[in-house]
Each structure stands twice: as C-alpha cells, then as structure tokens.
Design a binder for this molecule. Structure first.
Ligand code: CA
Length: 227
C-alpha cells in the first residue's frame, strides 16, 4: 500500500512518514499543495493524508482538484482547527475522513486501516455495470459516459456502488451511512439525499425523473435493474 503524505511542517512530516514506514506502508511525501497534487496525479497512491493549511494550494483545493480529475483514492484530511466548518468544507471537497491535530499515531494508523478496508473492491460480482449510456467500472472506481470520465467523489462512488451491490432492493439511508460513511459523528440522513441528488445529476438522463436511482418513500433508494 502506498500512502502520499502532504504536510508542510517538516517535523510532523518526518514523524508520520517514519511511523507509516514502520507499519509497512510505502510512503511518498510532499511539502506543499502544488507538489502534492502533482505527485498524487503522477503516482496514484492508494491513500492520501492531506494537511489543510498548506503553502501554494490548500488542502481543500487539492482534494477538490483531485476529484475533478477523476481520482477516487481515499483522502484523510489533517485539520489543525477542528472547527465544524473545516470538517464540512473537507467533506464537501471530497475528503473521506478527517483527523484533528494533534492526533496520536495509533489513531492515525487505525483510521488509515479503516479507510483502506472500505476502499477495497469486493472480489465478487461484475466488474462493470451499464446504466443507459453510463458505464460504472467497479474495479477502477470510475464512471464514464462513452469514453468521457464522469468526475465523482469517493463518497458518491461509494453510494452508487452500494446501490449496484443491492440492485433491485431497497438500500436504507441508515445502511448508506453505516456502510459508506462508516463513522457516526458527522453525517445525517440529509447527507445521503444530497449525495443521491448529485449522483443523479451526473448519471441520470433526466435527473428530475430518475430512470435508475429510484426513491423508496420513507426508506431509502433502489437501483432499477434492466432499465
Ligand atoms: Ca500545515
């Protein structure tokens, strides 16, 4: 597993990188946002540890730009402030989780393992699913219309993947929160609805009248099969 650590404070960068190497990860490092983004795109690490306050390009911008370029690896934001605003901004930018500084190395390692576990593609089932003219490639965690990639955040893809895994059956909002978000503190069922709306706008021919992702009243959502 390759982890990219984007952190400008050198002492912290050294300590974290060493501890990750001790845990058996291969570690890439960058000390500013521009270099970090370039390294992420060039090297496609399995996971990114991303500081918020960075020279040249901040962590929010790095994360948003990665997602815009169709990179779906898990991103764990390192925020110094711990403000709700920062967490929301990070999650909105496409981050998967956040850790408030100062954090313990043990907690960092636990979060990394959880994120990597969640991002592993299940071994069974089809590797590609066709929804109209949209192809969902589960192995590569990418969607495309024809040959054109559709930018999705890791969470949006996770929601879509869960629907595909349960095609034809209702997935409740609680199941989404449990299985896609996996930690109870921040998201609300409204978060699920917002993600569904964004996915519909990206893959549905007419997002106002969904052909694939159907609403199940008072419960959740269901992927129509054979549509
Ligand atoms: Ca910093």
């Amino acid at each position: 597993m390759r982890v990219l650590l984007i952190e400008d404070e050198e002492p912290l960068r050294v300590v974290v990188a060493d501890s990750l190497r001790d845990e058996g990860y291969r570690v890439l490092t960058a000390a500013d946002g521009v270099h970090g983004l370039q390294t992420a795109v060039d090297q496609e690490p399995d996971l990114i540890l991303l500081d918020v306050m960075l020279p040249k390009l901040d962590g929010f911008a790095v994360c948003a730009e990665l997602r815009r370029r169709g990179q779906h690896m898990p991103v764990l934001m390192l925020t110094a402030k711990g403000l709700v605003d920062d967490r929301v901004r990070g999650l909105d930018a496409g981050a998967d989780d956040y850790l408030v500084k100062p954090f313990s190395l043990a907690e960092l390692h636990a979060r990394l393992r959880a994120l990597l576990r969640r991002s592993q593609v299940q071994g069974s089932g089809p590797s590609e699913v066709q929804l109209g003219d949209v192809t969902v490639c589960l192995a590569e965690r990418q969607c495309r219309r024809g040959k054109i990639p559709i930018a999705m955040t890791a969470k949006e893809f996770g929601v879509l993947q869960l629907l595909i895994e349960h095609a034809g059956k209702t997935v409740t909002r609680e199941q989404f929160l449990d299985l896609v978000w996996g930690y109870a503190a921040f998201p609300t069922t409204r978060t699920v609805d917002n993600h569904i709306a964004r996915i519909r706008s990206k893959i549905e021919p007419d997002p106002k009248r969904p052909a694939y992702i159907l609403t199940v009243p008072k419960s959740g959502y269901r992927l129509r099969v054979g549509a």
